[in-house]
Design a protein around this ligand. Structure first.
Ligand code: 3HC
Length: 723
């Protein structure tokens, strides 16, 4: 990110046009803000300037404060307070000359806050306006908590801040956040005219900070804020900054906006250095770094056009993938083996789309249009002009081998041949073909049209062009791709296996499964391992567990617990009986009966209930479950299966539900330190066996006293050499 600047041009009409220039998103770096302040000090002095139009270069107003500079200034006194009060409030908003913001593209965070300090805002209909600071663990720090409620009311402004979702220019106009919506070509001209009219007192000179007409009454305001506070407490108990944001808004309403500004500035500065913000900022950059893959994205390859996609298998995965693709305008051919299966597959796609219509995400009209992109087939006839095939049939090696041999016959030679397998070695799948360079894994997560992660699995033979093509498809369907190497379980499932196994080990050793689920949920996972096993179904978990046992026998804890329950027709949520019992509304109710299975499983494993383990604290439970996950993540990195540690953070957050506010599994591990993790694992391995044995990568880092991940977003040397 460059340091940026603002550029000023004074026209014969007396308008100073100030343009923010800091590609790619015109972020408000300290340089940009300083330069803006200097421009303003100059225009206030110049007699030839009547009014100011503020805009952003390259069709983007501003993407907000420069996130990469957040770590600067820790321990110093707040910089935001002088910016939000002395500059924005006293010079820009309080100055003798009016300012109009001309907004195209983005006005996010600090960008929108600067625009709100202007006396009027003109935007295009497609401009995106929002205050997404909360998603970074901070609160708006340039007056947003005070000006937005005064421009559009508390209810809507709370919604915008709490969801971090931007609104488009048209909606902003309806709410009163912008004063006019014009085509991009008329933006600057209109803003100039508007600024002149304000200066000539032909239009109102509005200071947002002191507007009151949109604010709800004090009693109503308190009611809205109380409700928001209790909702946030229920949904995001770990996230203190949400409560701080609500407090700051309330303070401004009760004590006046000027006091609100100071409180906001201090709180936002402090939050910037909180562990939550550091984690979420790491996640922001880690997510954007997943597409930077050495030996792939640095070759200067251009993605080839993918105009048509074919999917094999209309089950849960295949139909979800088809839904994701047609929703992004890809024409899709869905192949099944018989008319009944095909009918069911298309039915699933329809249901996925219908649920969007019900939620108001798409209209009935766009439902019809989207569905018309899907064609069901029973043979390969229409595969002759597809550019990408995604196989999503059941996990049977011989079936997949036959399918890939057929695909080689029927698809054009340039067509990418992808498999959605979650565990099977891709070399095995492609064994009966000569097309190894175009075979790749496209591992989606269920439900595929909703879950944001796409694991792109490359073998030693997959061509970089194919990976580049798939990265582009992933971007178009709005998935976050993580490029990984080929092995049993790839990255996400490799991390999932020890998660499930350590939970089963603890249960066999006498720990209450409901206590485990509670401790893990308290840590921030959406549900505990046993509730998750019920959701996924024991059949799948037992089958994938076997694959792991075959591939990595030296470090498996093999528990018979789920198999025992499966044999008794307890399959998980689908049979309304798993570790929990389920009523008709999916409520999970603990079942004392499960002790019977645990007793049996314990006997089979030849272990005894351990009085030490039974007394474990919540923190110890979390560590006994997640430190083996960290250990496996270290192996994945060491083997070059993942290119960089930050990719594993994203894979854990988006594929496993690891709490983003902890920064991902490796970022969290670094907060504990390799030495501590290795020591704990070593202790447990002497008592409970090899399952806990620290990997050589971890042990080496611990012994040498270096952080687990020395440079979190830099590729490992091993990754370069092995992939
Ligand atoms: C004081 C204030 O209240 C505090 C704030 O303003 S906090 C900042 C608030 N703003 C935000 O949260 C916006 C964050 N950015 C985004 O959501 C998206 O980047 C966007 C919608 C602006 C653009 O999305 P998109 O076009 O898909 O591009 P995207 O790949 O995300 O970003 C392009 C590049 O700009 C960088 N970038 C985007 N916004 C940035 C920002 N605010 N600061 C620093 N870098 C930023 C990205 O890291 C990326 O860099 P890279 O090319 O080196 O990987």
């Amino acid at each position: 990110m460059g340091k940026g600047r603002t550029v000023m041009e004074v026209g014969a009409d007396g308008i100073a046009l100030i343009t923010i220039e800091n590609p790619p998103v015109n972020a408000l770096s300290p340089h940009v803000l300083l330069s803006l302040k200097e421009n303003y000090e100059q225009v206030m002095r110049r007699d030839d300037v009547k009014a100011i139009v503020l805009t952003g270069a390259q069709g983007k107003f501003s993407g907000g404060a420069d996130i990469s500079s957040f770590k600067e200034g820790e321990g110093e006194s707040p910089r935001n307070s002088s910016m939000s009060i002395e500059f924005l409030t006293d010079i820009l908003e309080g100055g003798r000359k009016p300012s109009v913001a001309a907004i195209d593209g983005l006005a996010l965070g600090g960008g929108l806050e600067v625009a709100m300090a202007c006396h009027s805002r003109i935007s295009t209909s497609t401009a995106q306006l929002g205050l997404p600071e909360l998603q970074l663990g901070i609160i708006p720090g340039l007056g947003g908590t005070q000006r937005l409620p005064r421009l559009i009311g508390i209810s809507k402004s709370l919604e915008m801040m709490l969801t971090s979702k931007p609104i488009k220019g048209k909606e902003a106009y309806a709410l009163g956040l912008v004063d006019s919506v014009v085509p991009p070509g008329d933006l600057i001209k209109t803003a100039r005219q508007w600024a002149i009219e304000i200066a000539d007192c032909r239009r109102p000179w509005v200071k947002s900070l002191y507007k009151t007409d949109k604010l709800e009454s004090l009693s109503k305001a308190k009611e809205i804020l109380k409700f928001a506070r209790s909702q946030a407490q229920k949904q995001s108990a770990h996230l203190e900054h949400i409560q701080v944001c609500i407090d700051v808004i309330e303070y401004g309403i009760v004590s006046g906006p000027r006091g609100g500004l100071s409180k906001e500035a201090n709180a936002s500065w402090k939050l910037q250095f909180s562990p939550t913000s550091k984690s979420l900022v790491h996640v922001f950059f880690a997510q954007r770094a997943t597409i930077k893959v050495p030996g792939i994205s640095d070759l200067g390859l251009t993605p080839r056009t993918v105009s048509k996609v074919a999917i094999l298998g209309g089950g849960l995965m295949g139909s979800g993938i088809a839904t994701a693709l047609i929703l992004s305008d890809y024409p899709v051919i869905l192949k099944e083996v018989n008319a009944d299966f095909l009918h069911a597959g298309i039915g699933r796609v329809k249901e996925n789309l219908q649920s969007r219509v019900k939620k108001g995400v798409i209209t009935q009209e766009s439902f019809e249009k989207t569905l018309s992109l899907l064609t069901g087939v029973l043979d390969y006839e229409q595969f002759r002009n597809v550019d990408l095939v995604i196989e999503a049939v059941i996990e049977k090696v011989d079936l997949k081998q036959q399918i890939f041999a057929d695909l080689e016959k029927y698809c054009p030679p340039h067509c990418i041949l992808a498999s959605n397998t979650s565990t099977i070695d891709l070399n095995l799948i492609g064994e009966k073909t000569k097309s190894h360079d175009r075979i790749v894994g496209a591992h989606f997560f269920s439900p595929a049209h909703i879950m944001p992660l796409l694991e792109i699995v490359r073998t030693h033979n997959t061509s970089p062009q194919v990976v580049v093509d798939l990265l582009a498809v992933g971007k178009k369907i709005r998935k976050t791709p993580v490029v990984v190497g080929n092995c049993t379980g790839f990255a996400v499932n490799r991390m999932f296996f020890p998660y499930t196994q350590s939970s089963l080990l603890l249960a066999d050793h006498g720990l209450d499964v409901y206590d485990i689920d509670r401790a893990i949920t308290k840590f921030g996972m959406p549900m505990g391992p046993f509730r998750l096993a019920d959701l996924v179904g024991f059949g799948v978990t037992v089958a994938t567990g076997l694959q792991y046992l075959q591939s990595y026998p030296e470090r498996c804890y093999s528990s018979g617990l789920m198999k025992l329950m499966l044999d008794d027709n307890r399959t998980g949520e689908s049979s309304r009986k798993g570790f929990y019992l389920y009523d008709g509304r999916r409520k999970a109710i603990p079942d004392p009966e499960i002790h019977k299975y645990i007793e049996k499983s314990r006997k089979m494993a030849g272990v005894k209930a351990d009085s030490q383990l039974v007394k474990l604290s919540d923190n110890d439970i979390v560590e006994m479950i997640f430190l083996p996950v960290v250990n496996e993540a270290c192996r994945v990195l060491d083997e070059g299966i993942a290119v960089k540690a930050s990719d594993l953070d994203i894979a854990a957050i988006m594929g496993m539900g690891f709490p983003a506010f902890r920064g991902g599994v490796m970022f969290w591990a670094d907060s504990l330190g390799a030495k501590y993790i290795s020591k704990r694992l070593e202790e447990w391995s002497t008592t409970y066996g090899n399952f806990f044995k620290p990997s050589s990568y971890l042990a080496q880092r611990a012994a040498n006293g270096i952080p687990l991940v020395s440079n979190k977003s830099a590729p490992t040397d091993q990754a370069n050499s092995k992939l």
